[in-house]
Ligand binder design. Structure first.
Ligand SMILES: [Zn+2]
Length: 419
């Protein structure tokens, strides 16, 4: 076989892709090792442009495969699979990535200007997808598709794909306003919140909020959390998780949630008196639907508001059921806020609305619900009490905190750092 014939066989083309790629990879490795930053930047610009061009060629090939297999009876050439399923299973890419590839390949022939810019590497596959999506929206609503393509392509050369998409939505609104309204309606329809009990305890959450819903939640969380204090060691994700629970806790605390089945929404914990008192050998407490929690977790919950204690005797018969226990009335909260002006922990400046009511004599030990025996502690310092720190109100009304006896133990104060 002579070299011209060889060029048009599968083997010849595979070898061409391999040898070309090897040369590119070698040159990039050399450049990374040898070139100064300025020259390396220039080389990266060139390399990224050609990567775009390769993506365009790949997209074209995907389009050819799609066309050649789509109308074959029973999809015999792809073992009965749609093009994107076929690509996903043979190339080990996700179904959604394969679907995006096929969609892009189908759109390109309808967008000659975009296809041209993509083929020479001026724009990336993400840019091309964004343009295709926006043009499709304009077309769907009977707007001027050619004008949309031209203007989007102009913008694509100077924006990143997400920025381009936002600009594109503006264009859709300008050309066909009702289409953007319909898109918003579709986004709202996608809304969902998954809240699933995890096998090992706790809950997995996930879902999707439309732009307005998501911004509302974000604003509430940001407002609640405020700027991150320097000494706050929680991760961003942990702070957001705490914020979400705090929003729910406040909603429950406010007493403004509607009554269902004769009672306001609340959490229920079942426990024996032994568990509550932390006596050795006591059984676990049971949260809501029967998840076992420790006596320590129980006492932590018991310090908070709006609990329904169901105390059982040793046989498991309820001693007291459903008498709602409230840690503080709104009047008492106001009095506490007025007196303590926020978290009483020395050096802490978190305001009353970020603080919880702490019983100086634990509720489990019959501590009275009385302002004189309570103080405000923020959600960061309150848990320290259940880790053994004590808070004492001195006669001059100032507050003293003492670490647990083992605080200065093996690992030393310096390693823990002050809370
Ligand atoms: Zn505090």
């Amino acid at each position: 076989m002579d070299s011209v014939e060889e060029e048009f066989t599968q083997g010849g083309m595979t070898r061409a892709v391999e040898s070309g790629s090897c040369r590119v990879i070698g040159a990039l490795k050399d450049a990374a090792a040898l070139l100064p930053p300025e020259e390396l930047t220039e080389l990266l610009k060139t390399a990224f442009r050609y990567r775009n061009a390769i993506d365009a060629a790949l997209s074209h090939a995907v389009g050819s495969l799609d066309c050649a297999t789509r109308n074959v009876p029973d999809r015999k050439l792809t073992q009965g699979l749609d093009a994107h399923e076929w690509l996903s299973s043979t190339l080990q890419i996700t179904l959604s990535a394969a679907y995006a590839q096929v969609q892009l390949a189908r759109e390109m022939p309808k967008l000659p200007g975009v296809a041209c810019a993509f083929a020479v590497g001026e724009i990336s596959s993400q840019h091309a997808s964004v343009v295709a999506r926006c043009v499709k929206a304009v077309e769907r609503a009977g707007g001027p598709r050619k004008e949309a393509e031209t203007r989007l392509l102009e913008e694509a050369r100077g924006r990143d794909p997400r920025d381009l998409f936002k600009w594109g939505l503006g264009l859709v609104h300008e050309l066909v306003p009702h289409e953007l309204e319909d898109e918003e309606e579709r986004q709202r329809d996608r809304r969902c919140l998954r809240l699933e009990e995890a096998f090992r305890g706790g809950y997995e959450i996930g879902g999707y909020l439309d732009p307005v819903g998501g911004a509302t939640l974000k604003a509430a969380l940001n407002g609640l959390l405020g700027p991150r204090p320097k000494d706050d060691l929680r991760s961003h994700a942990q702070r957001r998780a705490d914020g979400l629970v705090e929003l729910a806790r406040r909603a429950l605390d406010s007493g403004e949630l509607p009554v269902r089945g004769g009672v306001r929404p609340h959490i229920t914990v079942t426990a024996t008196l032994d568990t509550l008192l932390g006596n050795p050998g006591a059984p676990t407490a049971l949260l809501d639907w029967g998840w076992p929690i420790s006596g320590k977790a129980l006492r932590h919950i018991a310090q908070d508001a709006e609990i329904t204690p169901i105390l059982l005797n040793e046989k498991g018969d309820p001693l007291r059921v459903g008498r709602k226990y409230r840690t503080a009335t709104p009047k008492m909260r106001a009095a506490l806020a007025e007196r303590d002006r926020g978290c009483v922990w020395p050096g802490c400046d978190r305001p009353p609305e970020w603080s919880q009511k702490h019983h100086e004599i634990p509720w489990a030990e019959n501590g009275p619900t009385d302002v004189d025996y309570m103080s405000l502690l923020c959600s960061r310092h309150h848990p320290l009490v259940s880790r053994g720190w004590t808070v004492e109100r001195r006669t001059d009304r100032k507050v003293e905190v003492c670490p647990p006896p083992d605080w200065f133990g093996a690992s030393g104060f310096a390693n823990h750092g002050p809370p």
